[in-house]
Design a protein. Structure first.
Length: 192
C-alpha cells in the first residue's frame, strides 16, 4: 500500500508534462475548455511566436451554432473575444471528419499546413490540457518527424486536484484513460 501511495501522485505529473521549447508557432488544441484560454493568451504573449494555430476536429453533431464548422474556429473566436489579435491566428482543422486518432489527425493537418504554406519552422509548442499532454506531444512528434522539435505546455484541469486525482471520479477517469491511451500511442500506434 505504501508503494501505491508513492506512485499515484506521480502518474498525473508524468502525463501532465510541461516542457516548452523556444518555438516559432504555438499550436492550441481546439477542444480545450474556455477556462484554459487565458493561459493560451499569456503563453502566446510571453513567447516570441510568429503564429498561433488552432487545430481541432469537427464539431459534435449536437452543436447548434451554425457559424462554426470546427472546434478550431470556436477556439479562435473565443481567443479573439478575450482580446487576442486575430491577424496572427490560423485555423488548421483536419481535412476530413475523424472519429478516432483525433490528436494525431490534428498533428497531420498541422504538418500539411506547414508543407502547403512553405513555412519553415524548427520548433513548435503545443498547448494542451492536463494528462492529455504527454500523448499529444508524442503524436505531434510522430506526425512532424525528427526535424521539428516539439514542446508541450499543460494547463491544469479545473475538475479535480491533480495532486490527488484518484480521489475524484473525473480525475480518476482522465488519468487512467489518458495513461492507457499514452501506452497505446507509445507501444502500438503506428501511423500509416
Amino acid at each position: 500500500m505504501g508503494a501505491l501511495a508513492l506512485v499515484l501522485p506521480s502518474v498525473d505529473g508524468f502525463l501532465s508534462v510541461t516542457e516548452p521549447v523556444t518555438a516559432d508557432v504555438l499550436v492550441v488544441e481546439g477542444w480545450m475548455p474556455d477556462y484554459a484560454m487565458p493561459g493560451v493568451i499569456a503563453e502566446f504573449n510571453h513567447g516570441s511566436y510568429r503564429a498561433l494555430v488552432a487545430s481541432a476536429h469537427s464539431l459534435p453533431d449536437w452543436w447548434v451554432d451554425e457559424r462554426y464548422q470546427t472546434l478550431a474556429e470556436v477556439t479562435v473566436a473565443t481567443l479573439a473575444c478575450m482580446g487576442l489579435a486575430t491577424n496572427r491566428m490560423v485555423i488548421v482543422p483536419p481535412s476530413r471528419r475523424v472519429e478516432r486518432d483525433r490528436t494525431y489527425s490534428s498533428a497531420v493537418a498541422f504538418k500539411q499546413w506547414l508543407d502547403e504554406t512553405g513555412i519553415a519552422i524548427r520548433a513548435v509548442n503545443i498547448f494542451s490540457l492536463g494528462p492529455h499532454s504527454r500523448r499529444t506531444r508524442l503524436l505531434f512528434e510522430k506526425a512532424l518527424g525528427p526535424k521539428i522539435r516539439v514542446g508541450i505546455i499543460s494547463h491544469p484541469p479545473d475538475k479535480y486536484d491533480s495532486r490527488q486525482w484518484w480521489r475524484n471520479i473525473d480525475g480518476f477517469t482522465d488519468v487512467v484513460s489518458e495513461g492507457v491511451a499514452y501506452l497505446y500511442a507509445r507501444l502500438l500506434f503506428h501511423p500509416h
